[in-house]
Design a binder for this molecule. Structure first.
Ligand code: AMP
Ligand code: MG
Length: 345
């Protein structure tokens, strides 16, 4: 409870930001629940019913029960417990997300890696066990992190981690998949306009009632979740941010955040505070925001430019901002502490 309350407060702030920008405060029908390790909020406009909300939140909970690394009896928990021992039968949805995670692991040259689990466990960031591990502890788990050691048998619908001690962690991609699933349910119910906010992983369906785009606050990575430094105008888009503000602890004046380098085992430090992706698919945007944060600006912007319908906004530690070629078309900085990087003009 001690840990959940600040998360709830921050998520409510975030929800308030979204409601403010929709221009109908107090009227927005919505539902919020703690699921997928965060507060998830959905606003359905015109045609929303308790039945649709229930279907959405049941689905979010189902995804959590399949893909959470911290639940022993989830698909991921069972695969992890059988690492080096045997293949485990899983739900086809788990295979779908895992295959997409492997796609981004390859695309990012391993900066993004769903087998990062042993490192996540060792650092325990965001849990009661968070601490700076000893160098030899890090060295011991690094060989276990390699997405090529995941065996998937699609016909048998099984997953096998070939090395004992390996652990999958889909924390960087599962919320994106969940947002896409929520959108799918909403569209199937013929609801044209909706806001989905899964702990800051945002997907907007349709546009505002007057036909103009939604105005979505972009996370200010120098503050807690829900604070924003700019506004993006978006219709039928997903907006996903990864950064140092999300989960971290501080020790000796240094911040240790939750995106870990599979190469050296420490929180990634590439001079960035955050990366926001604006795209069409939330599973891809979620994987990409983590991938680009881990890759850094130089390699990350090249990768983003190579992808269709994908814009990326990079915030550096000096609060300068760079973006891919189309990023500033629909995005405006509203906080004076931030400025567009001199080279970006
Ligand atoms: P996100 O907030 O989407 O960027 O995801 C961060 C979460 O993904 C962390 O809390 C870990 O569970 C996991 N993670 C950390 N480092 C990596 C990495 N290099 N590749 C893939 N997942 C990671
Ligand atoms: Mg992510």
């Amino acid at each position: 409870m001690r840990r959940i309350r600040p998360v709830v407060t921050r998520a409510l702030q975030c929800l308030i930001v979204l409601i403010l920008f929709t221009g109908c405060p107090g009227q927005a029908p919505s539902r919020s629940e703690f699921v997928l390790g965060t507060v998830c909020s959905v606003n359905l406009y015109e045609g929303g019913s308790q039945k649709v909300y229930q279907t959405i939140f049941d689905r979010l909970r189902e995804i959590e029960n399949l893909m959470s690394a911290s639940l022993e009896d989830s698909d991921i928990g069972r695969v992890n417990n059988a690492a080096g021992i045997e293949a485990v039968a899983v739900h086809p949805d788990t295979i779908t997300v895992l295959k997409r995670a492997i796609y981004f692991a390859e695309l990012s040259g391993g900066a993004f890696d769903p087998t990062v689990g042993p490192l996540v466990k060792l650092w325990g960031i965001g849990t009661d066990a968070e601490r700076i591990p000893r160098e030899e502890e890090i060295a011991a788990v690094l060989p276990l992190i390699n997405w090529r050691d995941i065996g998937i048998d699609e016909d048998a619908c099984t997953v096998f981690l070939t090395q004992p001690g390996m652990r999958l962690d889909l924390g960087a991609i599962a919320k994106g998949y969940a947002a896409d699933e929520a959108a799918r349910i909403i569209k199937a119910a013929h609801i044209k306009r909706a806001l989905i906010d899964l702990g800051g992983n945002i997907l907007v369906l349709g546009a505002k009632r007057d036909g103009t785009p939604w105005r979505v606050g972009i996370q200010n990575p120098a503050e807690g979740r829900g604070a924003y430094f700019g506004i993006a105008e978006a219709a039928d888009k997903t907006l996903v941010t990864s950064g140092v503000y999300e989960r971290f602890f501080e020790s000796g004046g240094k911040r240790y955040h939750h995106i870990l380098s599979p190469r050296d085992g420490y929180p990634v430090d590439r001079g960035l505070l955050s990366v926001t992706i604006i795209g069409d698919s939330s599973i891809d945007a979620d994987a990409l925001s983590t991938s680009l944060f881990a890759l850094g600006y130089e390699a990350g912007s090249v990768l983003a430019e190579s992808l269709a319908n994908t814009e990326a906004i990079f915030v550096f530690t000096d609060l300068s901002v760079r973006g891919t070629s189309g990023a500033f078309g629909n995005f405006t900085i509203t906080d004076d502490s931030f400025s567009i990087h001199a080279d970006a003009y």
